[in-house]
Write a protein that binds this ligand. Structure first.
Ligand code: MLC
Ligand code: AMP
Length: 506
């Protein structure tokens, strides 16, 4: 039976003794064949939980090879995989599980107690998996499960994953990604970036987002390459691993942290053939400094949860600093007028719109949102502002959406403003992103008080219990009023200018 994603990513390696992954916890090397057997056992345990093809499974678990086997098991069983940021609080998780209609939630045993009430309320089966992937009810069941699984039949238009992305209204949207969205993009990237079975990717990204899960992992699988799987970006471990890797994918913070370390030099990276950056803007200055220190020009590319990868600087050819390169094969990209939607002439700044097999199917249960952002003709309105130069290189010059990107994580101010506005003593708030020396941007909350009852400490506590750590304002500032234009709209640009130097030095 056909299952395009499984057939291309996993099936070819079923009997391969080649190394696939170095476990991030105990450093054991797992072969392709062993990994795929593990995935089949996971698929059997998921089936025993009553999950069928098309059902959703949400997972908020640590990075381990078992976490990846869960993704693979879902692909084989046709289950829609919904990975969640491990930083999310229980109330955030509740929204995702409820909205997606997930039947099963996999969580860390440490969170079992806090997540049980919501699973009881929503009638969701809760199973556990520890950070190392070895303990918990799911690994226990998997260990004794059969080693063969009849791959579920899927078409390329069937859903493979849901990735939640925040929205300007404050409600997160479930981006529905099909098998072909993921597969076509991985196929293009393997070719474009010349991945082969001799590559060894240094993988230090989280595996609950497009970058670490789909771009990195699917490319490695398709090429039959291997991965050094790190639990996170620990600079000492990365320094030790770099000499044996051939490529790395990272967010700009990876590169600024590497540059800040005096151990980085040409010799350390002499085995490397490719450094890739994306998910947030890479400063041209970082690009230049990295080349001066290592001799490598970072290859910058541009993507989104909804679209996978859209553009890339060339592997062979000039990697132009400050640009995200050219549209990938099969991806159409145009710059349009934000008010009319008409295509603008080359050289004008406008909204980036993209169309291609990489573009998602729409937002789960949100037909209106889908219509607003995905045109009938298939073009997706990214909300990023871009320009194409005379040589065809695309640059991102800003955003037409109120979005903060901190260390590669997207944060929508609206979600935080809604929470701040609900707090006693707050009449209104504005949440802005300001430059940050490590994360590129960080969150600042500006509050207008109501009388004298505003208690900034209590508000900070409320924020901490409700929202994931990376969304917390690093500073709350109380002001008498917010700057407004003649239409009464809050001028966030004025606030951003006013507070731009708060976090520029460590
Ligand atoms: C961690 N913290 C963050 C943060 N990451 N705060 C703001 N923004 C972030 N990105 C918190 C920690 O909880 C901690 O809190 C404090 O900040 C310092 O943490 P740290 O130890 O210095 O951070 P670290 O764990 O090293 O993580 C930093 C990071 C990580 C940059 C390595 O955030 C990361 O891996 N980012 C990658 C995100 C990503 O994969 N994005 C891709 C999205 S897909 P405390 O309490 O200790 O102060 C996409 C599409 C595309 O965008 O194009 O790819
Ligand atoms: P996400 O929703 O997490 O997938 O984030 C997607 C957003 O990240 C895009 O809409 C861009 O704003 C931003 N992004 C991704 N890659 C780049 C890049 N290379 N340069 C600038 N911004 C980027």
């Amino acid at each position: 039976m056909a299952n395009p994603l499984y057939d291309k990513l996993f099936a070819p390696h079923e009997n391969s003794a080649t190394a696939f992954i170095t476990d991030p916890i105990d450093n054991t090397v797992v072969s392709y064949a062993d990994f795929i057997t593990h995935a089949a056992q996971v698929a059997n345990s998921l089936s025993a939980l009553g999950l069928n093809a098309g059902d959703r499974l949400a997972a908020q678990i640590g990075k381990s090879q078992a976490a990846l086997a869960l993704y693979a098991g879902c692909v084989q069983a046709g289950i829609v995989f919904l990975p969640l940021n491990t930083a999310y609080t229980a109330s955030e998780v509740e929204y995702f599980v409820d909205d997606s209609g997930a039947k099963v939630l996999v969580c860390d045993p440490d969170n079992e107690e806090s997540l049980t009430p919501l699973c009881n309320k929503l009638n969701v089966t809760l199973v556990t998996q520890s950070k190392d992937g070895l303990q918990g009810s799911l690994p226990n069941a998997t260990q004794s499960a059969a080693k063969q699984f009849d791959t579920a039949s899927r078409t390329e238009n069937d859903l493979a994953a849901f990735l939640y992305t925040s929205g300007t209204t404050g409600r997160s949207k479930g981006a529905m990604l099909t098998q072909n969205n993921l597969l076509s993009n991985a196929q293009t990237l393997v070719q474009y970036w010349e991945f082969s079975s001799s590559d060894k990717l240094l993988h230090a990204l989280p595996v609950f987002h497009t970058h670490g899960l789909f771009v990195a992992t699917n490319v490695v699988l398709l090429a039959g390459a291997s991965m050094i799987f790190e639990a996170g970006f620990n600079i000492d471990r990365i320094m030790k691993r770099l000499p044996s890797a051939s490529c790395m994918m990272g967010v700009p913070t990876f590169y600024t942290r590497l540059l800040a370390d005096e151990r980085l030099n040409k010799e350390l990276v002499s085995n490397m053939r490719l450094f890739i950056s994306g998910s947030a803007p890479l400063l041209a200055e970082t690009h230049t400094q990295f080349e001066n220190t290592t001799g490598h020009r970072i290859l910058e590319r541009y993507g989104m949860t909804e679209t996978n990868m859209n553009t890339s600087n060339p592997y062979n050819g000039e990697r132009r600093a400050g640009t995200v390169g050219f549209p990938l094969d099969g991806v159409e990209l145009k710059i349009t007028d934000p008010s009319t939607g008409e295509e603008l002439p080359q050289g004008d700044i406008g909204i980036i719109e993209v169309r291609g097999p990489n573009v998602f199917k729409g937002y789960w249960n949100m037909p209106e949102k889908t219509r607003e952002e995905l045109r009938d003709n298939g073009f997706f309105i990214t909300g990023d502002l871009g320009i194409i130069d005379e040589d065809g290189y695309v640059s991102i010059v800003g955003r037409n959406k109120d979005l903060i990107i901190s260390g590669g994580y997207n944060i929508y101010p609206k979600e935080i403003e809604q929470l701040l506005d609900e707090q006693a003593g707050v009449s209104e708030s504005a949440v802005i992103g300001v430059p940050h020396h490590d994360f590129g941007e960080t969150v600042v909350g500006i509050l207008v008080g109501e009388g004298s009852s505003l208690d900034a400490e209590a508000i900070q506590e409320k924020v901490e219990s409700s929202l994931a750590r990376f969304k917390h304002p690093r500073k709350l500032i109380v002001v008498d009023e917010l700057p407004r234009n003649t239409m009464g709209k809050v001028q966030k640009n004025v606030l951003r200018e006013q507070y731009k130097d708060l976090f520029t030095t460590s």
